[in-house]
Design a protein. Structure first.
Length: 185
């Protein structure tokens, strides 16, 4: 199997998981499209390198996810909302084990038992994950919501709410946090 020195995740990257060579050196197995290869770096390094490539860092990505989703544990990370690059892990980012997924490439789940699920990707891969189907669906849905929220925030469109008959419209500017009240003159 090919071993790359460096790697930047892209919109075709499907999953990443830990892999150890015969000498016990930690590598990352990357599933990209229909291909699978090894990268001679830990997953967290690849994620950080990719976030840096897009002008972010892991702490900023987690802070952004926390601002949208709340909570502090197992949050998804948005790398690039326009490209649909939002990732979640079946375990904590900082713990070993588990699989990291790009939520846009998940096709289906098949629960093997209460604690293990097969994840099917849109490229035909089938990956076993030590997590229940319900938990994986929740993680995927969190990533989807994060993606939708960040994509809407970056489009630069105003949001309006209109109360019929009142002459009052609520307007939120792009990137704004608060609504302004506009009255009919």
């Amino acid at each position: 199997m090919v071993i790359r020195k460096n790697y930047v995740m892209n919109k075709e990257t499907v999953a990443m998981m830990e892999h150890y060579d015969a000498n016990g050196v930690q590598l990352t197995m990357v599933v990209e499209g229909e291909n699978t290869f090894l990268v001679a770096r830990p997953r967290l390094d690849i994620l950080n390198h990719t976030l840096n490539h897009f002008g972010l860092d892991l702490d900023g990505g987690l802070a952004g996810a926390r601002s949208v989703l709340g909570g502090t544990y197992r949050l998804p990370v948005c790398i690039n909302a326009q490209l649909g690059m939002v990732w979640f892990s079946s375990r904590s980012f900082r713990k070993s084990g588990g699989v990291w997924f790009s939520y846009i490439h998940i096709d289906d789940f098949d629960e093997m038992n209460g604690k293990e699920t097969l994840v099917y990707t849109d490229y035909g891969h089938c990956l076993p994950v030590p997590l229940s189907k319900k938990q994986l669906i929740f993680k995927r849905d969190q990533a989807s919501y994060l993606h939708t929220t960040f994509k809407q925030r970056s489009l630069g469109k105003k949001t309006y709410y209109y109360e019929p008959g009142s002459g009052i419209t609520f307007c939120k500017e792009p990137g704004g946090m608060h609504y302004r009240v506009k009255r009919k003159k």
